[in-house]
Design a protein around this ligand. Structure first.
Ligand code: NAP
Length: 338
């Protein structure tokens, strides 16, 4: 377990699905942390989170209102912070398509501001959240997250003598997170109809805890510039629908703008830089200040074959209707019944 005793961590987007799961994990496993700062815009979400984690019981926690578009505010918030986890983002594909400027300001401008605020303060490690949609992106959300990934990875090239390390964690659909398909279907089940965009659609599946574990892994082990990808199962959207509402009608409503039938996390073009770490893959940066041989030796890293790709449609690991039902009960809704 990564020892965070005496450290200060700031989570941008700390009131979101991942931010709350990270908060719970960190407070449970590292009560001796010095500070845990939640940075986000909406006071109501912070107010609600403070009911769950009051500063009377958790004196380590601080709630900081701020926008990642506001660099000065980030610089203020990062004073005395050791580690930053950057989870704040606009993440809904269709909303980003309709409001491109807003998505660019938050996801790209926000990433630039976080990097610059780190250089103006004494932050030592930074982990930024990416998404499978950033891999060979076809929508603006994915394109902005790919740009964000590049900004964080390239930040390692301009750090000079500063020992700070920036890395990125990329994964697929988080089971039960805000706005995701499983809560959507559970809600729609009441109407007897589960709209299917494309019956062939597949997605990668990770639990919130799986996401938390990856972020903690990157925070602890990154040498700087890695893009970590977990080995996770896929599901077929029809299996999700049949797991939740087998009796429901399943009208085909057509794929939405910017959606793919299958998601990718590593393309054949990335394979040249991709290493298998056992539990995770890592796409290494083309430029790095450390020695590749040392990295390979330390992590027992094996280079993947040329032409390798990691795609939700040809994954070797799959959730089934039964495994999906137990995962939904475990991670999304303990009262769930098919
Ligand atoms: N959920 C998934 O399936 C999934 C999959 C792959 C990757 N990811 C990535 O994981 C990260 C976390 O996702 P999530 O599911 O936890 O998202 P979420 O539940 O929608 O939470 C987003 C968080 O970001 C904050 N935020 C949004 N815009 C902000 C801004 N301009 N300035 C400061 N804070 C802002 C939100 O709070 P306020 O609105 O109050 O500011 C909220 O705390 C994102 O980077 C996302 O791209 C998510």
């Amino acid at each position: 377990m990564f020892n965070l005793k005496g450290k200060s961590i700031l989570i941008t987007g700390g009131t979101g699905s991942l931010g709350k799961a990270l908060t719970s994990h960190i407070l449970k496993n590292n009560p001796e942390i010095r500070r845990l700062i939640i940075y986000s815009r909406d006071e109501q979400k912070q107010f609600q989170m403070a009911q769950e984690y009051p500063d009377t019981k958790y004196p380590q926690i601080r709630y900081f209102i701020g926008d990642v578009r506001d660099k000065e505010r980030l610089v203020r918030a990062f004073q005395g912070v050791d580690y930053v986890i950057h989870a704040a983002a606009m993440k809904h594909v269709h909303i980003a398509e309709y409001n491109p400027d807003e998505c660019i300001k938050t996801n790209i401008g926000g990433a630039e501001n976080v990097v610059e605020a780190c250089f103006k303060t004494k932050v030592q490690r930074v982990v930024a959240l990416s998404t499978d949609k950033a891999c060979a992106p076809i929508n603006l959300y994915g394109a902005t997250k790919l740009t964000s990934d590049k900004l964080f990875i390239a930040a390692n090239n301009i750090k000079g003598e500063n020992p700070i390390k920036f890395s990125v964690v990329r994964y697929g659909n988080v089971m039960g997170s805000n706005g995701s398909v499983i809560p959507f279907f559970i809600n729609k089940k009441k109407e007897g109809k589960l709209p299917i965009t494309d019956p062939n659609m597949t997605r990668f599946n990770i639990s919130l805890q799986g996401g938390v574990d990856m972020v903690m892994h990157a925070l602890e082990h990154a040498w700087g510039g890695e893009l970590f990808v977990p080995k996770i199962p896929s599901y077929k959207i029809m299996d999700v629908a049949n797991a939740i509402g087998p009796e429901c009608e399943k009208p085909i409503v057509g794929i939405r703008p910017g959606e793919k039938v299958h998601e990718e996390m590593i393309t054949p073009s990335d394979a040249f830089y991709t290493y298998d770490l056992g539990k995770y893959y890592t796409i290494l940066p083309a430029t790095h200040s450390w020695k590749l041989d040392d990295y390979i030796k330390t992590f027992n890293a094996r280079k993947v074959n040329l032409g390798f790709s990691y795609n939700s449609g040809d994954n070797t690991e799959w959730e089934t209707i039964d495994t999906l039902r137990s995962l939904i009960k475990e991670h999304v809704d303990s009262n769930f019944k098919a």
